[in-house]
Write a new protein. Structure first.
Lengths: 116, 116
């Protein structure tokens, strides 16, 4: 079974600075998808960014980018120019590409605080 | 295009009562997933359903919990004889019918169950 590990329970960043959230995963599969979800105080789960394992190029969405290291099974999220609205729980998630639709496997999350 | 709709948002039940949580997937989506989030934890997969079929219930507790997704109407997560440990946020998610794990899974806003 796949597992996702987020080793940083809490992180903080100064407004306008850059922060990197870590995520590692364990799988024997070669094809899969990785996601970062954000959960603000409203508790809504919001997709931040996704990465296909077969793509070498790191995904980027505005101020959010990932560093995907497939051999190391690492998938970190970088948030540039941090804003107060970025304060939230961030969850890393894995999804197998086998057998069509499959559920997401989540890490335990990292709570990000943004300091004004 | 409405997102994933869950109701009720908040539900309070006494120990021993039944809880029913409803989820209407996004328009055009026929895959539904239920996740549970305990306080300060990540989301744990419970069950994956398509219309009238349970595809994967490996995360579902063996007793008291059941789920359905009928041909007509919303998906229902049913918890019988609730106990305090069932207090959690229950998230529903959906994805399109096309069998690709690359499809993004969209989450509802969650249903918060409190057992008193």
């Amino acid at each position: 079974a796949q597992t996702v590990t987020q080793s940083q329970p809490e992180m903080s960043v100064q407004e306008a600075e850059t922060v990197t959230l870590s995520c590692t995963y364990d799988t024997s599969e070669s094809d899969y998808y990785l996601f970062w979800y954000k959960q603000p105080p409203s508790r809504q789960m919001i997709l931040v960014i996704r990465q296909e394992a077969y793509k070498q190029q790191n995904a980027t969405e505005n101020r959010f980018s990932v560093n995907f290291q497939k051999a190391a099974k690492s998938f970190s999220l970088k948030i540039s120019d941090s804003q107060l609205g970025d304060a939230a729980m961030y969850f890393c998630a894995y999804r197998s590409s086998n057998s069509g639709n499959t559920p997401l496997v989540f890490g335990k999350g990292t709570r990000l605080s943004v300091i004004a | 295009n409405a997102g994933v709709m869950q109701n009720p948002r908040h539900l309070v039940r006494r120990r021993g009562q039944e809880a029913r949580l409803r989820c209407s997937p996004m328009k055009g989506h026929s895959h539904v997933y239920w996740y549970r989030q305990l306080p300060e934890e990540g989301l744990k997969f419970m069950v994956y359903l398509q219309k009238e079929n349970i595809i994967d219930e490996s995360g579902m507790p063996k007793e008291r919990f059941s789920a359905e997704f009928p041909k007509e109407g919303p998906s229902i997560l049913r918890i019988q004889q609730v106990v305090r440990g069932d207090s959690a946020a229950y998230f529903c998610a959906s994805s399109p019918r096309t069998g690709s794990s690359g499809n993004t899974i969209y989450f509802g806003e969650g249903s918060w169950l409190t057992v008193v």
